[in-house]
Write a protein that binds this ligand. Structure first.
Ligand code: ZN
Length: 122
């Protein structure tokens, strides 16, 4: 069910939820494949982060250190970029607001997170 929803309405949060489900029920390979497909359609840092996470689960000990290094770098960028953004004034926030703290308008935030300065439009 989540899969077809993701096809129709791709979003970072939905991909997150789907990834956790697939990882838990179908294993790391299936989860990695899901993310690879998604990255081809819609290349994002969050997708890359998830791909690394899936590979970490299955990685041999000697590769794990390198993967963790890359994942740490990607995670740093996501922290900076993975934000909500007001459509009215462009105010960015880490959490979702019904009312923008920047301009005071209601429901100006799309419920999707953004990865680019221009907004993440899926
Ligand atoms: Zn605003």
């Amino acid at each position: 069910m989540l899969r077809s929803y993701e096809d129709q309405y791709p979003s970072l949060d939905l991909l997150n939820a789907l990834f956790s489900q697939v990882l838990a029920h179908e294993g790391a390979d299936a989860a990695a494949q899901l993310i690879k497909d998604e990255l081809v359609r819609n290349p994002t840092l969050l997708g890359l982060d998830k791909l690394l996470e899936a590979q970490l689960v299955a990685a041999p000990a000697e590769r794990r250190h390198d993967l963790e290094l890359v994942k740490g770098l990607v995670a740093q960028h996501i922290k900076r970029l993975g934000m909500y953004r007001c459509e009215q004034c462009g105010f960015r926030a880490k959490q979702y607001y019904w009312r923008c703290p920047g301009c005071g308008k209601w429901e100006t935030y799309t419920p999707r997170r953004t990865e680019t300065p221009d907004g993440y439009v899926a």
